[in-house]
Design a protein around this ligand. Sequence first.
Ligand code: SF4
Ligand code: SF4
Length: 321
Amino acid sequence: MKNRNESEKAFLFKSFSSGSEGLVFSIERGVYGTSDGPGIRTLIFFKGCPLRCLWCQNPEGQNPYPEIILKQDLCIRECRECVEICPERAIIKTSEGIIEINRKICTNCGQCARICPAKAIELVGEKMTVDELMKILNRDKIFYGSSNGGVTVSGGEPLMQPEFLLNLLKRCKEENIHTAIETSGCCEWTSLSRVLDYTDLLIYDVKLMDHEKHLSFVGGDLNLVLENLVKSNGKGVEIWVHTPIIPGYTDSEENVRKIAKFIANLDNVTRYGLLPYNPPDSKYKMLGREYKLSGLKPSIEKFKKLKAVARSSLPTRILLE
Ligand code: SF4
Ligand code: SF4
């Protein structure tokens, strides 16, 4: 048994993305009426993200390798299949019937997930090819036409797999499928620029306008985010900007006003959305991780006030979600 850190686990899952094959952790089909783009859409979530937002709503998308999640309430009390199959002896079952996984020695091999009869353990993150994704998108195409829908590639951070993303978007454009990507903008401009040539809609997160807070709460360089946003605007692609409203972190009037004023100067931004906070505690629990912001309470009144602040700082051409 050997303790492994994150980079060793990533190394164990070598070459997680190439031009034709990438790592996907979720696909949602027939999604309508959301901030993920117009019409009925297929959402594809790429695994791997360079950031570590304290409030991340998709923590299962952060690590660039497959990993197991445990839904304790589905576990069958008499069963011990996973305990017996684990080659690392990373799983124990307590006398109370509780499964405990030692994530430090787990290699995410997935054997426990494959054998679990109750789907209490699942492996999140699957290698998929561009062809496999296109088969799904071509099946969903029937829904896109009448609703102006299409595909939205999200994450994680889709630009963590730039060649795979580029090839997928190219194929979508060959098939006349509307393409959107959701990004944090924490990526190399050369990669983003190439991808934008095949992107109809760029959905861009701007979370904070304070450089130190951005570094400490999000884990990335705000200058890079803003520079890439300005450069993207220069490429003429339609842009929607989003700000997740996290109580005590991003929900000051000053923050929202500064973001709104910044994007007011970008002529290809057509929409600004404030995204309400949904506590993601259960996802962290399934991953065996601590959620550091547990207990945050969103306020509807404050949300309404922030919308008014945003509206008063935006030109009328920018729609407020
Ligand atoms: S994925 Fe499951 S079987 Fe594989 S090492 Fe981890 S706990 Fe053991
Ligand atoms: S294999 Fe599944 S059902 Fe069986 S003990 Fe493990 S988690 Fe529980």
